[in-house]
Design a protein around this ligand. Structure first.
Ligand code: TXA
Ligand code: MG
Length: 320
């Protein structure tokens, strides 16, 4: 395939993208979290093409995106608790795992054969406009090769998937910078399957106690929990307090540890929201063969810091 067009997300470009999607093609588009690789969720061929473009294992199900709660109710069974969560956090960076409706029309491949479906209503205006123009639910994993760092700029998508997809809609940098929180509401207690853009603190305030999903690496309930994931090519080391030869530093706070060959600061003012927005783009910038590894300073494990540390732990995990 020729290299994907990258178009600024104007109304014309969005209309063109919607036409491609309705014809079963793949389009990458911005959301408030990360860029998604979109395909018509009701089209088996399009969903299969998403797995192929990402080299994604077929057992790892996709999130289905819709423009509002009312469309989501056509795909999944919402009880009172799910409706409260949706009304509070949608549109926004929360994905709900719910029982799939038999008549939802979504390809079984998108759910990887599970009886559940992951649904999300993004707040980004380009994602909203594209969903409404397409008039179909869009399956959209992050627009990176499986296991690698998620894209937060159109150029990242081009580098990862440029030869494999038709079009990239450019909507600038993603404001949140980390993927959505994945919350399973199929059991008695809400279960966090992936920390993300909506914090544990905010979920607990609304829903009460939240369980944290098991991450049995052989049978992940949410394969984003696979031990090695979100990984740069270089080895990554957390909680660094001193340099090792040739390492680059991802700093946090006003006093970066000195002695590294290169330093980027996630947030000089110790703001985890700013750090989340910078994380993936800075990891990419430091992921260069002229360094021996990437060291990261300690980051507080609360609010968005929990999701940052989750991604860093997976990036640091031993590679298969
Ligand atoms: O922020 C996001 O969620 C982005 C943007 C594009 O919306 N999308 C995203 O998709 O991160 P992806 O495919 O990279 O991650 C989806 C996560 C995976 O960990 C997957 O295993 C989990 O959601 N998931 C999807 N369907 C599921 C289901 N039925 N049950 C449990 N986990 C599910
Ligand atoms: Mg992903």
């Amino acid at each position: 395939m020729a290299k994907a067009d990258i178009l600024p997300a104007t109304p014309n470009a969005i209309a063109h993208a919607a036409k491609l999607l309705r014809a079963g093609q793949l389009v990458a588009f911005p959301t408030e979290t990360v860029y998604g690789l979109g395909g018509d969720a009701t089209n088996d061929g399009a969903v299969a093409a998403i797995f192929a473009a990402k080299d994604r294992p077929r057992f790892n199900p996709l999130i289905v995106h819709v423009p509002s709660l009312s469309e989501a109710e056509g795909l999944a069974a919402f009880d009172q608790r799910a409706r409260i969560a949706a009304q509070h956090f949608w549109p926004g960076p929360l994905t709900l795992v719910l029982r799939r409706r038999d008549d939802c029309g979504v390809s079984l491949l998108a759910s990887a054969g599970l009886a559940t479906i992951a649904v999300r209503v993004p707040v980004h205006p380009v994602a909203q406009a594209l969903l409404r123009a397409t008039g179909r639910p869009l399956a959209a994993p992050s627009a990176n090769r499986s296991g690698r760092v998620s894209p937060t700029e159109a150029s990242h998508v081009a580098a990862e998937l440029g030869e494999r997809i038709a079009l990239i809609l450019d909507g600038g940098s993603c404001a949140v910078g980390l993927e959505s929180t994945v919350l399973d509401l199929t059991g008695a207690t809400p279960t966090l399957l992936r920390p993300g853009g909506v914090t544990m603190e905010a979920l607990t305030a609304l829903l009460g106690p939240i369980a944290v999903g098991d991450s049995d690496p052989d049978a992940p309930r949410s394969p984003g929990q696979l031990a090695s994931h979100y990984a740069p090519r270089l080895p990554l080391r957390m909680a660094a307090t001193a340099p090792q030869p040739g390492e680059a530093l991802l700093a946090f706070g006003p006093h970066p540890v000195s002695g590294f060959v290169e330093t980027l600061n996630l947030s000089a003012k110790r703001d985890v929201t700013e750090a989340a927005a910078n994380l993936f783009a800075m990891l990419r910038r430091l992921d260069r063969p002229d360094f021996t590894g990437i060291a990261v300073m300690p980051i507080p494990d609360s609010g968005l810091g929990r999701a940052i540390n989750d991604r860093l732990r997976r990036a640091a995990a031993a590679r298969p």
